[in-house]
Design a protein around this ligand. Structure first.
Ligand SMILES: *Cc1c(COP(=O)(O)O)cnc(C)c1O
Length: 471
């Protein structure tokens, strides 16, 4: 399988080359030339597989330049009971009659990003060793990506990690998770700005071809194709767990920010998984909600981005969205380049003439949740089911309940565990002691390592230079 860029000006590449890339050289996002489709009998066969076997079947369709045995090893090393807490890896748990949770958050950092990142850490180490190369990972995080990346890459050979986060905008637990790591290859940078500023710094360093080549810059942000690939697997897993045969259709509702998670669901649906609707749930930062209801995409500036109680969704420019728009526009890369060129200079675009296709052909729907909705939903679910859900998952449950059709079965992606967002949970249900996985007890008391810098790509570049040269 060959990979191409959404902007059409990058020569086709193999999986292991794409794996180490951030943005394509032409500024676009890499994706397969076409998505493979799965027939009925394959779907029947996959239903019987356990998580690692299923992951192998799906990933081997895409990672065609990695020998079968090696790919199996990477997958088996990644998806273990030890790392994810159960042999199921991604359990499905019933909340109400027709609403269940797709439990994505039982990995090392208690958020769904571990599912992809743990795979990426092992895949990176493998590919770098094969190629005899080193890599400098730069990333931007509003919380969960950064910790998931750092836990996946800590101590890995030939990899240096620089992770930017918005100074003071993450929860105490998230800060402690990241800043308490003492591995020599992990560097935390707190930027005086918002998440989107961090993301812009990453983009601008990536676009500096000389700097990029000199330090072998790579990224683990959600634009990375390897992450999307690893996420496709759990849509299949969730579907099989929630149905008894392949004539049934279910919907997924996904708390969204960068459109990474639900992009994988969209691809699973394109591959032929019987998904009815893909419901995008946003918080007050509702750029995607607006697009999927009006066809107008209007990214906001960082000073127009709200700080909310579901902070990992405080995103106003959905970096993976371009992968979907590429398909929506029948792979017209010139038009994609033009639209996202406009986005780059602060404009939006209007695809309202395509809205019917977005809904009917691609199955998308969207809804929005606010702080009060989130609080009410956490409280309601706790009182009715005894289960605590985190604020992001609450946005998903709220939107699922709002939009649910009669008889529609919806899996809501549980994108983090409540232990990460103690303040909001306590606001919702009163002063209780939150359950915490053993390995996170006492985390906030550990010493922290972080460098604070101005919102300035040059200052970050200087830091990278200094550290990489010193190693
Ligand atoms: C990253 C994240 C999201 C948003 O996922 P996207 O792939 O960016 O849409 C939602 N919830 C949590 C807890 C997250 O960490």
């Amino acid at each position: 399988m060959q990979y191409i860029s959404t902007r059409g000006n990058t020569a086709p590449m193999a999986f292991s080359d794409v794996l180490l890339m951030g943005l394509a050289p032409d500024g676009g996002l890499m994706l397969p030339q076409s998505y493979p489709t799965i027939d009925e009998s394959t779907l029947d066969a996959w239903r019987k597989l356990d998580y690692t076997e299923l992951a192998y079947e799906i990933m081997s369709l895409y990672a065609t330049d990695i020998p079968a045995e090696d790919l199996r090893n990477i997958i088996n090393k990644t998806y273990t009971k030890q790392a994810f807490g159960s042999d199921e890896i991604i359990p499905v748990t019933k909340l109400y009659d027709n609403i269940s949770l797709l439990e994505l958050s039982n990995g090392p950092t208690l958020a769904f990003k571990d599912v992809a990142m743990q795979f990426l850490g092992n895949a990176f180490e493998y590919v770098l060793k094969q190629k005899g190369e080193r890599l400098t990972i730069i990333g931007a995080t509003s919380g969960d990506t950064g910790s998931a990346a750092e836990y996946a890459l800590r101590g890995k050979d030939n990899i240096e990690v620089f992770m930017m986060s918005p100074n003071g905008k993450m929860s105490a637990f998230q800060r402690a998770q990241m800043y308490s790591l003492d591995d020599a290859n992990i560097h935390n940078i707190a930027v005086d700005g918002m998440f989107d500023d961090c993301q812009d710094i990453v983009k601008s360093l990536q676009e500096d071809a000389e700097f990029k080549a000199k330090y072998s810059l790579g990224t683990v942000n959600s634009i990375n194709w390897g992450r999307i690939l690893a996420q496709i697997v759990y849509y299949f897993k969730g579907y099989f767990a929630a149905t008894t045969d392949n004539s049934q259709k279910i919907s997924f509702c996904v708390p969204s920010g960068n459109f990474g998670n639900i992009c994988a669901g969209h691809i699973a649906r394109e591959m032929g998984l019987p998904i009815d609707r893909l419901i995008v749930a946003t918080n007050e930062n509702d750029v995607l909600n607006e697009f999927f209801n009006t066809g107008k995409y209007t990214p906001r500036k960082s000073n127009e981005t709200y700080v909310t109680s579901s902070p990992s969704m405080d995103i106003s420019k959905a970096s993976n969205f371009e992968r979907f728009v590429f398909l929506l526009l029948d792979k017209n890369s010139e038009q994609v380049a033009q639209l996202f060129g406009d986005v780059r200079v602060g404009k939006g675009f209007d695809l309202s003439d395509k809205l019917a296709t977005v809904t009917s052909q691609f199955g998308f729907a969207a809804g929005k949740s606010t702080h009060q909705d989130r609080i009410n939903t956490i409280k309601q679910v706790y009182e009715q089911t005894g289960r605590l859900i985190d604020p992001h998952t609450a946005d998903g449950v709220k939107v699922a309940m709002d939009l649910q059709h009669e008889g529609e079965q919806i899996l809501v992606a549980e994108t983090a565990l409540p232990a990460k967002f103690e303040d909001t949970i306590i606001e919702a249900v009163g002063d209780i002691t939150l359950p915490r996985p053993e390995h996170t007890i006492g985390l906030e008391d550990k010493p922290q390592r972080v460098v604070v810098v101005d919102n300035d790509a040059k200052a970050v570049a200087a830091l990278i230079e200094q550290y990489v040269t010193a190693r």
